[in-house]
Design a protein around this ligand. Structure first.
Ligand SMILES: Nc1ncnc2c1ncn2[C@@H]1O[C@H](COP(=O)(O)OP(=O)(O)OP(=O)(O)O)[C@@H](O)[C@H]1O
Length: 293
């Protein structure tokens, strides 16, 4: 996906700063998002949740401007208008354990001001069916598995068919099969609408996203297609029989060889870079502790 023009963009962020009582969580953040799925990557504490909460109108910028679906959310009227057209899956979705799946999604639909009961109930059933929970809709949330609870939270985000979906680590804690199901769902949801997805899973971004934004220490470090992020590591990933001490990071693979990242010595056996390689090189400092194991 090419960078959208201001007219096409569902989200435009310009020089955004957000502080928590003097602590700067975001500074000088600028980007725009068009249709499709965008991945938001960044290490712990990078500011991902702060950014998503700001776009979801739960936090007010300290500086800069945000336009969501053509609306400025700085006024109460603007925030209300954005909330009607937005689906947000927070990190802690606040699922009420004694509610049934249906009751919870219905409750969110009421908060989204869907006033006609019959239309709303039809829409709640549609959202639960879309996430594969039609048969479980009468079950109490406390009796559902972690993956099913996450799907209830996704149904709550998509009820009312919002134009913009903001998903904060939707695949965290899911087993590989559930993660694949979630990927399918998110890919479907990204057809014709804007989805912003925060994750620590670089594989999710490679599999799903047409665009990626990398945040680090509250600043945007990269914005562009996943292939461009992977290409940052072109010519900088190589295989060796021993751990190469010149590598910025290197680890033993399941094949018994070492995968090294950094500046390869002459004549190295170069490997095709992955998005994770590009991401790790971009955040060079973050590479050092974990990846050398
Ligand atoms: N309510 C708060 N009060 C004070 N500081 C906060 C608050 N919420 C977040 N922060 C700080 O702001 C920074 C950004 O936090 P944020 O939760 O947005 O990061 P994140 O990228 O979502 O991290 P993670 O991947 O661990 O969820 C961190 O330094 C964090 O400690």
């Amino acid at each position: 996906m090419a960078t959208p023009t201001a007219e096409q963009a569902a989200v435009t962020v310009q020089d955004l700063a957000v502080s928590y009582r003097g602590h700067k969580a975001l500074t000088g953040v600028s980007f725009s998002l068009g249709t499709g799925v965008t991945g938001l990557l960044g290490p712990n504490g990078a500011g991902k949740t702060t950014l998503l909460r700001t776009l979801a109108t739960a936090l007010t910028p300290s500086l800069g401007s945000v336009t969501v679906l053509g609306i400025d959310p700085r006024t109460p009227k603007g925030r209300k208008a954005v909330r009607r057209r937005l689906g947000y899956l927070p990190q802690q979705p606040g699922l009420h354990p004694t509610f049934t799946a249906f009751e919870f999604v219905d409750y969110i639909a009421i908060l989204k001001e869907m006033t006609d009961r019959r239309t709303r109930h039809d829409e709640v059933r549609r959202a639960l069916e879309q996430v594969g929970l039609a048969a479980e809709r009468g079950k109490r949330i406390r009796t559902l598995s972690g993956g099913m609870k996450q799907r209830v939270a996704l149904a709550a985000a998509i009820v009312g068919d919002p134009e913009l979906l903001i998903l904060d680590e939707p695949t965290v804690g899911l087993d590989p099969e559930q993660r694949m199901r979630f990927r399918e769902l998110i890919a479907d949801l990204g057809e014709g609408r804007t989805v912003l997805l925060s994750t620590h899973q670089t594989e999710d971004v490679s599999a799903l996203c047409g665009h990626v934004v990398v945040l680090d220490a509250g600043e945007v470090r990269f914005t562009g297609p996943p292939t461009t992020l992977a290409a940052l590591a072109q010519g900088r990933v190589w295989s060796s029989g021993e751990r190469d001490p010149r590598a910025r990071a290197g680890w033993r693979t399941g094949l018994g060889t070492y995968r090294n990242i950094g500046a390869p010595p002459a004549g190295s056996d170069l490997l095709d870079p992955t998005l994770e390689d590009g991401y790790l090189l971009l955040l060079d400092a973050a590479v050092m502790p974990g990846a050398a194991a």
